[in-house]
Design a protein around this ligand. Structure first.
Ligand SMILES: Nc1ncnc2c1ncn2[C@@H]1O[C@H](COP(=O)(O)OP(=O)(O)OP(=O)(O)O)[C@@H](O)[C@H]1O
Ligand SMILES: [Mg+2]
Length: 246
């Protein structure tokens, strides 16, 4: 049993603000890069939270104060879908960010995100598996509120990813923002504490049937195995020093 994502698997990470979703997701990204040496990762970072260490030009990237989150060593920040594939010539971890280092916002960021996801999906194959990680999925849904409407390119990527060795990890505060097929068909779930009754009820209706609930930085790891077997475990990530992996 591993709580880490394998090529072609789909994971969802849900929990209230500040419970540790992005921290856990970063760990899953790092493990993917380490466990599969020919793999590539694309982080869709709408907040933005992540810090890349390099620009596409090869120069080191120094962030102003708005960027406080995790640094992924060796990663390259890009701001348009057109730059994603080119960046993989130099790194295995590309971060598509909604803010430029000069704090100018990327226009139509969701469009760049959908197009990038499609490119990653298309470039994925057995010898070069990929992981699409979307932090704050809520930011990419359209139609307002928690309706779960999203672009069909994302849906296709997530649904057909298994055959293409394209994994997906979706992280969000509100389970309703996740397209229903993704929520019901994921292999791995990382469920932290949920803030709203509404979300708890939604997960009981559409999520996996779990016995445990998490609090603090703990999360329930739930895995659907082939043949109907299920694993459920209460876990907590121990924070430790991180290695350069990209
Ligand atoms: N397992 C852990 N042990 C100790 N501290 C943790 C753990 N996980 C996360 N933290 C800390 O908690 C804070 C919030 O974590 P993180 O940003 O991952 O939460 P989040 O769920 O992504 O929040 P948001 O919904 O606001 O994006 C960070 O300062 C992080 O270092
Ligand atoms: Mg977060």
């Amino acid at each position: 049993m591993t709580f880490a994502l394998q090529p072609g698997e789909r994971g969802v990470c849900i929990g209230q603000s500040g419970c540790g979703k992005s921290t856990l997701s970063t760990e899953l990204v790092r493990r993917y890069l380490m466990d599969f040496p020919r793999s590539r990762v694309l982080i869709i970072d709408s907040k933005p939270r992540y810090r890349a260490t390099h620009k596409l030009s090869g120069w080191s990237l120094h962030y102003p104060r708005w960027a406080r989150g995790d640094t992924i060593g060796g990663s390259i920040a890009v701001h348009s879908a057109d730059d994603v594939m080119g960046a993989y010539r130099f790194t295995r971890c590309v971060i598509l960010q909604s803010l430029r280092p000069n704090a100018h916002e990327v226009e139509d960021f969701d469009e760049e995100a959908f197009e990038s996801a499609r490119k990653l999906f298309r470039s994925s194959y057995e010898d070069s598996p990929t992981l699409l990680y979307i932090d704050e999925y809520y930011d990419l849904i359209t139609g307002g509120g928690t309706s779960g409407h999203t672009d069909r390119r994302i849906l296709q990527t997530i649904r057909a990813g298994r055959e293409r060795f394209n994994s997906a990890l979706i992280s969000t505060q509100r389970p309703r923002s996740i397209p229903l097929p993704t929520l019901t068909e994921a292999n791995k779930y990382y469920i932290f504490n949920l803030e709203y009754e509404d979300d708890v009820a939604y997960m009981q209706k559409h999520g996996p049937r779990m016995q445990r609930t998490a609090s603090g930085y703990n999360f329930v790891f739930y895995e659907r195995l082939r043949g109907g077997e299920r694993i459920e475990k209460l876990m907590r990530l121990g924070l430790h020093e991180t290695a350069r992996v990209a």
